[in-house]
Design a protein around this ligand. Structure first.
Ligand SMILES: [Zn+2]
Ligand SMILES: [Zn+2]
Length: 342
């Protein structure tokens, strides 16, 4: 089978021919129909320090959906042909965090596309516990982005204390920013998205979704937020980019007792104005990955149309076109970039 593989500790990916994975006990073989490139895949592409402990070689991809092609022993409830999508974290199931429903923080987890072979391939083997059914009427493309939407759900609903009427500033206008902005709006918040000059296409998507968005290279974001709020500041800043400048702005523009949620992966340490954070009682919270309970919730939001993924998906490529696909994702000249197999 064809697969997009990270094989060397240097920038780049390769398309290679691999044997179809063997299905272990409790596993299901999925014929992948759609898989999406995540921001973290770009970090892997460049082999940035955050991924220096990954397994090499590995088949990339942790956002994928497809059809059951084979069912391993010990699996009940799934049969060949079922339409499914998978969670991205293979958790230990027995550590304190797993037992509390937070397998995103598992002490012994392996992640598809980083430690275990993932979904940028024709087939992938997945423990059946991680599977969710794709509802009738939902495309494989939408099903492939249930994982990032589940992440956004965790970031917004589990971690960020948002109330109706709040002003939420979302730093970063990529897929996670666009999903999170929709969730803040559903919670009754006024949302201000922010991007930079290269995000032209993403500003177009944001406008199509009805969002107000600021190009921070052209407009003074902090000043704008102060204008809107009569000088008091935003209730929430949500940092969906790994850029120190965005984090600094977030800390400058939230009100006293404001909340800053940080989900971007940063290339290195960031210095922060701690006196400001202390004296204004600002909360700074990290948020990572998704909890299993976020998946069924994300599926419902897409199925009901409460969250729009269709307009965020802008590019589709075959596995053979991995170089072009990553090129588009890296250039930020689109929303979500997918691999599709027919
Ligand atoms: Zn992802
Ligand atoms: Zn665990």
């Amino acid at each position: 089978m064809k697969a997009v593989v990270k094989s060397r500790p240097e920038p780049g990916v390769e398309v290679v021919d691999l044997p179809v994975p063997e299905v272990g006990v409790g596993e299901v073989l999925i014929k992948v129909r759609a898989a999406a490139i995540c921001g973290s895949d770009l970090g892997i592409y460049y082999y940035t320090p955050a991924y220096s402990e990954m397994k090499l070689p590995v088949v990339m991809g942790h956002e994928f959906a497809g059809e059951v092609a084979e069912v391993g022993s010990g699996v009940e409830g799934f049969s060949v042909g079922d339409r499914v999508l998978s969670e991205s974290v293979k958790a230990c199931g027995s550590c304190r965090y797993c037992l509390e429903g937070m397998s995103n923080l598992c002490e012994g987890s392996t992640l598809f596309g980083i430690h275990a072979d993932g979904g940028f391939a024709e087939y992938v083997a997945v423990p059946h516990e991680l599977l969710h059914r794709v509802p009738e009427g939902m495309s494989f493309e939408e099903a492939a982005v249930v994982e990032p939407l589940s992440n956004a759900l965790h970031f917004v609903r589990d971690i960020t204390p948002v109330s109706p009427g709040d002003l939420a500033v979302v730093h970063g206008i990529g897929p996670i920013g666009l999903f999170s902005a929709q969730l803040f709006r559903l919670a009754g918040a006024r949302v201000l998205l922010t991007g930079i000059g290269v995000d032209t296409e993403r500003f177009r998507i944001a406008a199509g979704l009805g969002f107000e968005a600021v190009n921070v290279e052209e407009e003074d974001l902090v000043e704008k937020v102060m204008d809107i709020t009569g000088g008091s500041g935003a209730d929430i800043a949500f940092v969906a980019v790994g850029a120190a400048s965005a984090l600094h702005q977030a800390v400058q523009l939230v009100r006293k007792r404001g909340h800053v949620t940080v989900v971007g992966i940063f290339p290195g340490d960031v210095e922060l104005p701690m006196t400001r954070i202390v004296r204004r009682e600002i909360t700074l919270a990290g948020a990572y990955d998704a909890r299993p309970v976020n998946f069924p919730e994300a599926i419902k939001l897409l199925e009901s149309g409460a969250v729009n993924a269709r307009d965020i998906i802008t590019h589709r490529f075959s596995l053979d076109e991995a170089e072009e696909a990553f090129g588009v994702a890296i250039s930020k000249k689109g929303g979500k970039v997918l691999f599709v197999n027919n």
